[in-house]
Design a protein around this ligand. Structure first.
Ligand SMILES: Cc1cc2nc3c(=O)[nH]c(=O)nc-3n(C[C@H](O)[C@H](O)[C@H](O)COP(=O)(O)OP(=O)(O)OC[C@H]3O[C@@H](n4cnc5c(N)ncnc54)[C@H](O)[C@@H]3O)c2cc1C
Ligand code: SF4
Ligand code: SF4
Length: 473
């Protein structure tokens, strides 16, 4: 590493414009930087004073910083031999939909269980010594984070730490540990975290040597801790009393997309655990984007294009009705391709080869928001003369109708209001403050998607006539 010198850009650009995702990569290279939760429950980089000098590497490992390599360049460096390229999912050597057929990976996973399976397979075959992923705090203190990055070294540990955590996490500690402790590591992360790791490998030869595999988790957006708290509160567990949340409790006989949450904590001095379908909870519509980090509005990597393998949900009509859960998978590493193909032919995995276009279709909403929507948000930031991160998408407004422009602006406002409203509700200890302020805003936003009244009336008349005709048969 080069000696410390002032690099003010990271804080005056990324952090002060709210585009810090709190990944912790910068802090792993500079002890003067600390990752702390802000007033809205989002991790962000902080430093003691604006004049504290910053290590130059810290800015070079930030996924949103000016001048860093983009996902295309980083993927070219690592997967230069992967011939297939799709502008939405990047380089790849295979694309699948499916689930784990052996053991209870699928039942214990959020989706098809492929993420935990790949990690245990890497451990069991001796391809890595440790797995870096996210686990629940065993006994979190009141008001402290419920989840954190941790290092697992046995397949039992990996399997016990399955499930998606829609919750703020940061990896400065585990990155430091990887640099200090010899071994080969597999790291799981959402796309911007994997990008940060790839950038960090350019700064640290030690890390590059030890980072054996990366598992990218397809990402719609990251939520503040308020997402978990608001769900738990609606289940009767106040924010300070929440101790654990499972964001993906599978419900038998329902489509995989109709899952529940299970919140555990205290009520009136008693330990309770409540499971509720997310359809009954306000804030569960991912399209509304409540509690989203601002950085996610300026992200163009949906699947994790710099990861050896990307794993998400197969939100496709062919698979969504299966309550067990089905993954979409994008493979970029030849080693993983072989390992997966062998397991599929041995019946350990149930996999269908699907075209890249199907993977894109499975994340249609995410791509719309981070292609068409992103172009418009970049255009607005440029018009306002504000700093924003460099993106592979060009700023543009004329590709959107005036109505679509209003939709994207309204969604952006809805997200910002959700942070403020929930913080206020917590201060007042009144969940209804949040619900009463946000429900009308969400309803107004939903109106954009309603068909005009004459068309709705026509539809209603048509449905009634059809019912009459059927009744006579
Ligand atoms: C913030 C977030 C947003 C997501 N958005 C989408 C989306 O829009 N579309 C989509 O198809 N899928 C999305 N996913 C992925 C999806 O929820 C599943 O995680 C994925 O399909 C893998 O399922 P699985 O059953 O194979 O994983 P499992 O077998 O359950 O294993 C999940 C693994 O991921 C690790 N993990 C969990 N949360 C995190 C985290 N925050 N950071 C790093 N590691 C973590 C766990 O420790 C575990 O090792 C998102 C996930 C997250 C965390
Ligand atoms: S490296 Fe991560 S934590 Fe640091 S400023 Fe960038 S996004 Fe924030
Ligand atoms: S949407 Fe993009 S920036 Fe936001 S958490 Fe996901 S990968 Fe990171």
């Amino acid at each position: 590493m080069t000696p410390s010198q002032p690099v003010s850009d990271l804080f005056s650009t990324v952090v002060s414009n709210g585009c810090c995702i709190g990944c912790g990569s910068c802090a792993a290279f500079d002890p003067a930087i600390q990752i702390k939760l802000d007033a809205y429950g989002r991790y962000a980089a902080t430093r003691q004073s604006a004049t504290t000098p910053i290590h130059p590497s810290a800015a070079r490992v930030c996924p949103f910083a000016d001048g860093v390599a983009n996902e295309d360049t980083l993927a070219q460096e690592v997967f230069g031999d992967a011939d297939a390229y799709d502008p939405h999912i990047g380089r790849h050597v295979a694309t699948y939909a499916g689930w784990v057929a052996e053991s209870d990976f699928r039942a214990r996973g959020s989706s098809g269980g492929l993420a935990s399976w790949v990690l245990t397979e890497l451990l069991d075959r001796g391809l890595v010594d440790s797995v870096v992923h996210v686990t629940a705090e065993p006994s979190p203190e009141a008001g402290k984070p419920l989840f954190r990055f941790a290092i697992s070294s046995t397949s039992e540990q990996v399997r016990a730490r399955s499930k998606s955590r829609y919750y703020p996490v940061e990896m400065s500690g585990v990155m430091r540990e990887m640099i200090q402790r010899p071994g080969r590591y597999a790291v799981v992360g959402i796309p911007c975290f994997i990008k940060a790791l790839r950038l960090a490998c350019r700064e640290s030869a030690v890390l590059k040597e030890r980072l054996a595999f990366t598992v990218g988790i397809v990402c719609g957006h990251l939520k503040s801790s308020a997402f978990a708290e608001s769900f738990a509160w609606q289940c009767g567990i106040a924010p300070a009393e929440l101790r654990m949340i499972d964001f993906r409790t599978k419900l038998p006989d329902r489509p995989a997309s109709s899952y529940a949450i299970t919140a555990s904590g205290e009520r009136d001095g008693q330990s309770i655990s409540v499971t509720k379908p997310t359809s009954e909870l306000f804030g569960s519509n991912w399209g509304h984007g409540l509690f989203k980090y601002k950085a996610c509005e300026f992200c163009d990597d949906v699947v994790g294009e710099t990861a050896d393998i990307s794993i998400g949900d197969a939100w496709l009509p062919e698979y969504v009705n299966d309550a067990g859960g089905t993954n979409v998978v994008v493979v970029r590493s030849q080693t993983l391709k072989t390992l997966i193909a062998e397991a599929a032919s041995a019946g350990r995995l149930h996999l269908d080869e699907i075209p890249a276009a199907k993977v894109v279709q499975s994340q249609a909403g995410g791509f719309r928001h981070r292609r068409d929507g992103l172009a418009y948000r970049l255009f607005l930031e440029d018009q306002a003369g504000r700093w924003r991160p460099a993106k592979r998408v060009a700023p543009l407004s004329r590709h959107l109708t005036p109505k679509l422009q209003r939709i994207y602006s309204a969604r952006y406002d809805l997200v910002q209001s959700s942070h403020e409203s929930f913080a206020c509700a917590k201060e007042r200890q009144d969940l209804n403050f949040f619900l009463d302020t946000m429900r009308p805003l969400a309803a107004r936003y939903d109106m954009f998607y309603q068909r005009p009244l004459p068309l709705r009336l026509l539809g209603k008349i048509k449905r009634k006539l059809l019912a009459l005709v059927r009744g006579r048969r």
